[in-house]
Design a protein around this ligand. Structure first.
Ligand SMILES: Cc1cc2nc3c(=O)[nH]c(=O)nc-3n(C[C@H](O)[C@H](O)[C@H](O)COP(=O)(O)OP(=O)(O)OC[C@H]3O[C@@H](n4cnc5c(N)ncnc54)[C@H](O)[C@@H]3O)c2cc1C
Length: 388
């Protein structure tokens, strides 16, 4: 392992790998990524990886839209596959959220995002298998879909390594050494790595890492569940990705035979001590709701499931910034269950911040570290938190 590096990234999920790759694009290649287990062993490896654009704030909508362009052109833009599949994305909310939905869609259209408000009649053409009531409102994004978290993350890690970065697994960062208010090194069991720049991208464990240097960041892990469903493909060869907010769940196809659904109460749990399986009762309840939304799912059955952690902040938006008070320390944390779809632009913007001192692609100041103590939290058009 290197003994010195220009930048040390802590955490080998999709975010750390995207930052590492994008630093390389800027010519910063004397870099090291430390992963305590194997890459993807955190939230990334458990992600449903839905890539939708529907957000309440321009900063996240823009990041999602720009990231979608990268996912869809990954081979040319990054190298290697992303597994992106364009399925279309239908967001369904209850009538009382109609205004919020319409406001969000109008904001996105203004930003150039391909989206529209649709009604029940439109569904006959777009998604005839989906059933909605007159009490529900819908938005449609023809170009949204899902990607493969492992392919995206490993493509980023491989391209970064080809440019000169070192990716070391089974190598937890034990602590960041700070002297005179600035980063001096990152310590590992294999030795000390001298550096002036450390980036905390340790997913749910980021709060622990930052606490070691006396920084309190408001991150709370919550459990989210995912299950595989075998579709009755004779009746239902395809369905779009659906953010069924009205029924507190989401689902998408996963190849020609399977569907993946995300659900659960998103309850607060202990970091390394929670139920990593999916609950049978929760799966059964989610399948019933999914069958209500897509009646041709009758006869679908489970193929297994799991749980993973959302790393939530008080406003369910990420923190992408320098860490105030410690020169050379950065963090990309708190993705609150929607970080996969933003990961390409998280890497672009964080590498600009680190390498150039400021972002030139997207203004990420709404996601600044200090917004919590300034009481300037981001707001949502909805009551639902993960939709942000
Ligand atoms: C069940 C589930 C479904 C989801 N569905 C979606 C979705 O549909 N769409 C979407 O956009 N997002 C979704 N998300 C969210 C998305 O997956 C995450 O926001 C994203 O993967 C976060 O990536 P990350 O790299 O920040 O964190 P992680 O993937 O958790 O990576 C952090 C890494 O840091 C490592 N680490 C921790 N401590 C240390 C240390 N001291 N030293 C070295 N390494 C360390 C960990 O081992 C881990 O590999 C979902 C998440 C879950 C759990």
């Amino acid at each position: 392992m290197k003994e010195t590096a220009d930048v040390v990234v802590i955490g080998g999920g999709v975010v750390g790998c995207s930052i590492l790759y994008n630093l390389g694009r800027l010519g910063i290649t004397d870099t090291l990524l430390l992963e305590r287990d194997v890459i993807g062993s955190g939230s990334t490896g458990r992600s449903a990886a839905i890539c939708r654009m529907h957000y309440s704030n321009p900063v996240t909508a823009t990041m999602a839209w720009e990231s979608r362009r990268i996912f869809a052109n990954f081979e040319e833009m990054v190298g290697g596959p992303s597994g992106f599949v364009e399925t279309g994305y239908l967001v369904v909310v209850e009538n009382e959220d109609r205004q919020g939905l319409e406001r969000n869609v109008a904001m996105q259209v203004e930003l150039g995002i391909d989206t529209m408000v649709v009604n029940r009649d439109d569904l006959r053409d777009i998604a005839p298998m989906v059933s909605v009531s007159d009490d529900e409102a819908m938005g449609w994004e023809p170009q949204s879909g899902y990607a493969d978290p492992y392919l995206v993350m490993s493509s980023y890690a491989n391209r970064a390594s080809e440019m000169g970065a070192e990716v070391v697994t089974q190598a937890p960062a034990l602590g960041i050494e700070v002297q005179g208010g600035r980063v001096r090194a990152v310590n590992t069991a294999a030795g000390r790595v001298e550096t002036h720049v450390a980036v905390v991208a340790a997913g749910p464990w980021s709060r622990v890492e930052l606490a070691k240097v006396g920084v309190d960041v408001p991150l709370v892990p919550v459990r989210h569940q995912v299950a595989y469903i075998v579709r009755p493909v004779d009746r239902l060869p395809f369905h779009p990705t659906v953010g069924d907010i009205a029924q507190s769940m989401s689902f998408r196809p996963d190849g020609p035979r399977f569907s993946l659904m995300g659900f659960g109460d998103d309850e607060e749990v202990e970091l390394d001590n929670y139920n990593e399986a999916a609950g049978m009762d929760d799966m059964a309840s989610a399948l019933t709701r999914m069958q209500r939304r897509v009646p041709d799912m009758a006869g679908a059955y489970f193929r297994g499931g799991w749980s993973g952690l959302f790393t939530t902040t008080p406003d369910w938006h990420p923190i992408l910034d320098r860490v105030p008070g410690i020169e050379g320390l950065y963090c990309a944390v708190g993705f609150s269950g929607h970080g996969f779809k933003l990961a390409p632009m998280i890497g672009v913007t964080m590498s600009e911040l680190i390498g150039q001192g400021a972002t030139s692609s997207i203004d990420i100041s709404p996601l600044r570290f200090s917004r919590f103590e300034e009481n300037d939290l981001l707001t949502s058009s909805y009551r639902y938190r993960v939709l942000a």
